[in-house]
Design a protein around this ligand. Structure first.
Ligand code: GLU
Length: 543
């Protein structure tokens, strides 16, 4: 067969010499051992936790080694493209402080761009043409119907599905048949002519999983679709080579495609980058573990963390804990250190399923938020509220003094021990509500209506905003005693039947009347922050 003539017929025209690409995309001028890593999402508009795990690993490895992290958009499958998806990826990752050095919508060194695969059609076709000339690729005229029939037959016979071996019908077409099909104007795709044998197995060193066994590929995969656009498999091999990628950390769902990628790199004459396949994220459900699912688990979407207002450092700390087995110990010793100082390595990444647990993340979040100053907390909440808060919540920030007072109290700043009341921005804003809005709902009072009434009236009579905490409490005790409650806890404990309750029950009534809640930080301070008029108005409204 005259492959050269066939290649010209299939992809007519002059393409640059292949060597010219090696010069156009030279080896990067980086220090020895610097890693070039990438994130290569499809612009589907859905960016998930798995992407963030891979992004953090790739970012850490690139930047710790003095290398480059770039963003490539794998948009060969137009059906999946969503407007604004690239900006959404960048924004979602920026929240976690993942910054790309170059890439789509980022810019940077233009040498290796463009970073949208659709803008790189020429280079892919040049290499496809070369493979046809060498007899390593061929046109396939099979229709969708023929292919789905083949799949059905294979499934019925419990055979591996796909286009391979004896099933690769068009692989055996004669020169005459090919030209007849072309003359008849039949649409075609270009397939790789695989030389592999799945019975043959090799040891492959995965940077995360260690040595694994990989069988050879025998699938004649499509490399160029009928519209002249390459498939992901083909495009990513060309791009990883010419963008000079040294290390690919990606999800283990790609492990199944590794044999194809190994063969493609070989056929193209490119050295393989190193690969590390990251474990899937699992969720514990009762006794069983299952993969996190887009449909069932909102926490799979990165949008969830921004919307709920998880502090990015908390999410990062948790992910680093899951990604590198020695991170937790390091962090215990260095709780204040910038996370960049941790020596992240692919080799320490977990080899089997990673359990992702929102409760664990919430614990870490509480600890991280408890490290912030009141000012830092205000800034964090403000950024969240500007995007996700209600109008009422946005207004909290116009009374700076009140907000800082409330935060200082709720975070236990200046106290013996920091309080850990806050988990996320949305939850913190909800907790802060009673400082800024009159409560609309009240937890149940645990005393009779007449008793409650008497206690509130008694309190209002003696209440003075000038009282310090001690004087205030002494007055509450008096109101307690006047209404049959023990002023001292020890008296109540010694003889509970002699009283209606204790001063603690009285304080609870005042607390609910002031805030709507039975549990809050120090009530004297809350009333102090609210001011006399507001305290009187709230209590009066409960009479
Ligand atoms: N475009 C692929 C994805 O959507 C990237 C796979 C890879 O990293 O090689 O995840």
């Amino acid at each position: 067969m005259n492959y050269k003539a066939l290649a010209e017929r299939l992809l007519p025209g002059q393409y640059p010499a292949l060597e010219s690409y090696e010069t156009r995309y030279p080896l990067r001028n980086l220090p020895e051992k610097a890693e070039v890593t990438r994130l290569a999402p499809s612009p589907t508009g859905f960016i998930h936790l798995g992407n963030l795990f891979a992004a953090i690993a790739n970012e850490r490895i690139a930047h710790r080694s003095g290398g480059i992290l770039y963003l490539r958009i794998e948009d060969t499958d137009l059906k999946r493209k969503v407007d604004g998806a690239v900006e959404a990826v960048i924004k979602a990752l920026e929240y976690f402080d993942i910054r790309f050095d170059e890439g789509a919508e980022i810019g940077g060194d233009e040498t290796y761009g463009p970073w949208y695969q659709r803008q790189r059609a020429e280079i892919y076709r040049a290499f496809v043409k070369h493979l046809i000339e060498e007899g390593r690729a061929y046109p396939c005229f099979c229709t969708e119907e023929e292919l789905s029939r083949l799949r059905e037959e294979q499934t019925a016979r419990k055979e591996v599905t796909g286009y391979y071996g004896k099933y690769a019908k068009c692989r055996g077409l004669s020169e005459e048949e090919i030209y007849q099909n072309l003359d008849a104007g039949k649409p075609f795709v270009i397939r790789l002519k695989s030389m592999g044998d799945p019975e043959v197995k090799h040891t492959f060193h995965d940077e995360i999983k260690g040595d694994i066994t990989v069988h050879e590929n025998d699938q004649d995969v499509v490399i160029l679709k009928s519209d002249g656009i390459p498939t992901y498999h083909f495009a990513h091999a060309v791009d990883d080579h010419f963008m000079r990628t040294t290390l690919v950390i990606r999800g283990e769902e790609w492990l199944a495609s590794l044999p194809i990628h190994i063969e493609l790199f070989g056929a193209l004459g490119f050295p393989l980058p190193r690969y590390g396949h990251n474990c899937s994220l699992m969720k514990q459900e009762g006794e069983t573990r299952r993969k996190l699912s887009k449909r069932k688990d909102p926490e799979l979407s990165l949008e969830f963390y921004r919307k709920e207002g998880y502090h990015p450092r908390a999410v990062k700390v948790y992910i680093l804990t899951l990604l590198n087995s020695n991170f937790e110990e390091w962090y215990l010793k260095n709780p204040e250190a910038p996370l960049e100082e941790f020596k992240f390595t692919a080799a320490k990444m977990s080899k089997s399923g990673t359990l992702f647990d929102l409760d664990k993340l919430s614990d870490i979040s509480k600890n991280e938020l408890a490290k912030l100053s009141a000012g830092q907390m205000r800034d964090f909440l403000k950024t969240w509220a500007e995007e996700f808060g209600s109008e009422a919540q946005k207004a909290y920030f116009s009374d700076e003094e009140k907000l800082l007072g409330a935060l200082t109290l709720c975070m236990g700043i200046g106290g013996k021990k920091r309080r850990k009341d806050f988990t996320t921005a949305s939850q913190a804003m909800e907790l802060l509500r009673y400082f800024f809005e009159r409560p609309a709902e009240f937890e149940p009072y645990r005393v009779e209506e007449t008793v409650k009434h008497a206690l509130l009236v008694g309190f209002l009579k003696t209440y003075s905003p000038a009282d310090d905490a001690q004087t205030w409490f002494a007055k509450v005790k008096e109101v307690a005693a006047e209404n049959g409650f023990a002023a001292e806890m020890k008296d109540y404990k010694a003889n509970p039947d002699a009283y209606r309750g204790s001063v603690a029950d009285v304080a609870e009534v005042l607390r609910i009347a002031t805030t709507g809640k039975a549990n809050t930080p120090d009530l004297w301070t809350i009333q102090h922050i609210l001011g006399e008029a507001e305290v009187r108005a709230r209590i009066a409204a409960q009479l």
